[in-house]
Structures are given as structure tokens and as C-alpha cells.
Design a protein around this ligand. Structure first.
Ligand SMILES: Cc1ncc(COP(=O)(O)O)c(C=O)c1O
Length: 389
């Protein structure tokens, strides 16, 4: 099982980003972790091997990524998966039929789809609550509750969960607190500091940062939990290949450089949009007008590049989206390039329309993932996209 190198935890975030989990290759001294493209490992004799037997269980490139992200989150064990959803599905295999999970109501559409269309048929039960109010989470707990799952900030409504309050509720209830930290990344938010038990990511997004792979990762701090997840990862096998692991690992080397740039562009663009359209139409936790701005400042070190904007109708949203030139109309987020999307028909299409409406994921909502291009070019693009809006 992959465990962080203890010495990696005594250095700063940027040093961890570049070095944690990686040591010069013992064979050649190569400074970059090789991409170990192998399915199996030759053994010296029965029961005698170099710690590697079969690559579903362990791969050195994957292990470097797992140690790296575990160190960035301040955890002890990391487990990489073939996608964010594969990661979450494997986490949920910790639980059994009859177990109950309290889940934030505004989560990535695919998270809701996995729970609602698949896992509940295996006997897991879910209650969805407005996770902005910790009391709603506490009130939903039953004697069968085994976990609380929150995403903060949420996709796409940028709602914030008070992690310290929910951490206490989880500890009191004896439930695991699972946090999707994809939007904030460990650069801006470290849920373990607030009592999380499992922190997970779609590495497809900011951790990779270059939109060139799909992956997921979860990090824990508890040895017993780590042993269980290692067993699931090997038994269920939703593990990533070595090249995707390597791409994610190359991405994390610049996380501490990219996130401040996403954040700077996000702040400038959110302020520009608020000025242009009215602050009530722009949802960004870094804006003082965001109803949870104070909480965001308390638990996050920055806000990143995700912004949602209410255009009123699908037609008006489409008029903006179709004019994108520097921004690209596409699903996903967190890459160096700027993207714009329509959650109702793209990332959250799997959420039933009445549920979307109840949550506030309207037909007029557009979501921006601000990349790290020159901000004046992004503002110039937005100027012509929002002309007349
Ligand atoms: C917040 C969040 N969590 C999880 C996922 C799922 O990750 P993946 O697409 O890598 O399976 C996504 C994907 O958009 C996401 O936005």
C-alpha cells in the first residue's frame, strides 16, 4: 500500500508539488519518474519479489502520483483511479446494503447519477440536503448513517459547506466525512484540517491542469481505512494506466503556480462580470456579494477560476456561448485553457429537470472555467460574447 514519504511532509507546498513521492530512478538516476508500462513483474522465486507482483495492485508511476497528492493534501495514503467517478464508486464500496449516506444536494451531476441510478439498487440509501446549512446535515443523520459527502465549492452553483461544522457533526455521529475537493484543490483548501476522513478529486481537472487525461484520486489519513481502499482498488480494479498517472503527476508539479493564476483571472473576470451584469447574476465565492463569502475566506486560501453566470433563458445563454473565441464551449474545467459550458444540458444533464430547477441550475446558467491566458484577451472575448446581454 502506498504511504507518503514522511520527509515530504516537512517541506512547503511548492516543494511537495515538485518532489513529493518522487525519487531519482534507482536504475538510471532519471530525475523524472519513468512511465512503467508493464502488467506484471518478474519474481525471483515463489513469494520473493521486489514488492511488485501484478500492476492492478501496484505500479511505480501510479505510486509516485499517489504519494505526491497525499502529501499535497496533508494525508498519509493516496489511491489513484481511472476517473473521478471510478474513484467515488470505489470509495462507496466501503459501505454495504442498508447503509445510509447524507449527501449535499448540489454535487456534480455524475455523482448524483451514480448514487441515484446505480448504487441505490445495491441497497445504499441517500438523503440529499442543502449542505450550506450544517443543521440540515445533522438533522438527516439516522442510526444507519455511515458517511456524509460534500462537495465545496459545488459544481456549478459555487455553494460552500462549512467544513469545520460538518467535521464536528461527522465525528459526533461516528460517520465518515468524504469531501470532493476538485474545485478548490489542496492549494486553496485542505479538508483534513477540518476533520475530513476521505478527500477525493477528479484529477482530470486542476490537478492535471492540461485537459489531457481522465483520472481520480482519494487520500486518507487512517491506516485501517487505507487498507480497505487498497483492497477495493485491487479487487474492483478501477485503476489508472501509467501514462495517465504520469500526466497527472506532471500536472501537479505546477499546481502552486497555476492556481494563483487561475485565481487572479477568476477574480478579475468575476468583478468585470458583476460590474457589467449586476452582482446578483454572478456566482463566485471571491465576490463580497456571494452570500457565503465570509465562510469561503475562512476555510479557503483563494477561490480559483470557476464562475457561474445567470443569463435568464437558454436562448440568451446560447447567444453568449456560441460567440466564444478564446474561451471554448466544452465540458470539464480546471485546465490552463478557458472553457465555458451550459450545466443544464452538459455536466448536469443527468439530473432530472425538476430537480435542477429546484436547485437553481436553470436553463439560463452558464459556467466559466477561467484558464491562465492573458486576462485582457479573456476580457476582450467576454466583451464581445456578452455584448447586448
Ligand atoms: C466536482 C467533480 N467531481 C467529480 C467529477 C467526476 O470526475 P471524472 O470526470 O474524472 O470522472 C467531476 C467531473 O466533472 C467534477 O466536476
Amino acid at each position: 500500500m502506498t504511504r507518503v514519504y514522511d520527509e515530504d511532509l516537512s517541506v512547503g507546498f511548492g516543494t511537495r508539488a515538485i518532489h513529493a513521492g518522487q525519487r531519482p530512478d534507482p536504475l538510471s538516476g532519471a530525475i523524472m519518474t519513468p512511465i512503467y508500462t508493464t502488467s506484471t513483474y518478474v519474481q525471483d522465486a515463489l513469494g520473493e519479489n521486489k514488492g511488485y507482483e501484478y500492476a492492478r495492485g501496484k505500479n511505480p508511476t501510479r505510486e509516485a502520483l499517489e504519494r505526491n497528492v497525499a502529501a499535497l493534501e496533508g494525508g498519509t495514503h493516496g489511491f489513484a483511479f481511472s476517473s473521478g467517478m471510478g474513484c467515488l464508486d470505489s470509495i462507496m464500496k466501503l459501505f454495504k446494503s442498508g447503509d445510509h449516506i447524507v449527501c449535499g444536494e448540489n454535487v456534480y451531476g455524475g455523482t448524483f447519477r451514480l448514487f441515484d441510478r446505480i448504487l441505490q439498487h445495491f441497497g445504499l440509501t441517500f438523503t440529499y440536503v442543502d449542505a450550506r446549512d450544517p443543521n440540515r446535515i445533522a438533522d438527516a443523520i439516522t442510526n444507519r448513517t455511515v458517511a456524509l459527502l460534500v462537495e465545496t465549492p459545488t459544481n456549478p452553483l459555487m455553494r460552500i459547506t462549512d467544513l469545520a461544522a460538518v467535521g464536528e457533526i461527522a465525528a459526533h455521529a461516528g460517520a465518515r466525512l468524504i469531501v470532493d475537493n476538485t474545485f478548490a484543490t489542496p492549494f486553496f483548501q485542505r479538508p483534513f484540517e477540518f476533520g475530513a476522513d476521505i478527500v477525493y478529486h477528479s484529477t482530470t481537472k486542476y490537478l492535471n491542469g492540461h485537459s489531457d487525461m481522465i483520472g481520480g484520486i482519494c487520500v486518507v489519513r487512517d491506516d485501517d481505512l487505507a487498507t480497505k481502499i487498497q483492497f477495493i482498488a485491487n479487487a474492483a480494479g478501477a485503476v489508472p494506466g501509467p501514462f495517465d498517472s504520469w500526466l497527472a503527476l506532471r500536472g501537479t508539479k505546477t499546481l502552486h503556480l497555476r492556481m494563483p493564476a487561475h485565481d487572479a483571472n477568476g477574480r478579475r473576470i468575476a468583478a468585470w462580470l458583476a460590474d457589467r451584469l449586476g452582482e446578483e447574476r454572478v456566482i463566485y465565492p471571491g465576490l463580497p456579494s456571494h452570500p457565503q463569502h465570509e465562510l469561503a475566506c475562512r476555510q479557503m486560501r483563494g477561490f480559483g477560476g470557476m464562475i457561474s453566470v445567470e443569463m435568464g433563458t437558454k436562448e440568451k445563454a446560447n447567444a453568449v456561448l456560441r460567440r466564444a473565441r478564446v474561451f471554448s464551449l466544452a465540458e470539464s474545467l480546471g485546465g490552463v485553457e478557458s472553457l465555458i459550458s451550459h450545466p443544464a444540458s452538459m455536466t448536469h444533464a443527468s439530473v432530472p429537470p425538476e430537480r435542477r430547477a429546484q436547485l437553481g441550475i436553470t436553463e439560463g446558467l452558464v459556467r466559466l472555467s477561467c484558464g491562465v491566458e492573458d486576462v485582457n484577451d479573456l476580457l476582450g472575448d467576454l466583451e464581445q460574447m456578452f455584448d447586448g446581454a
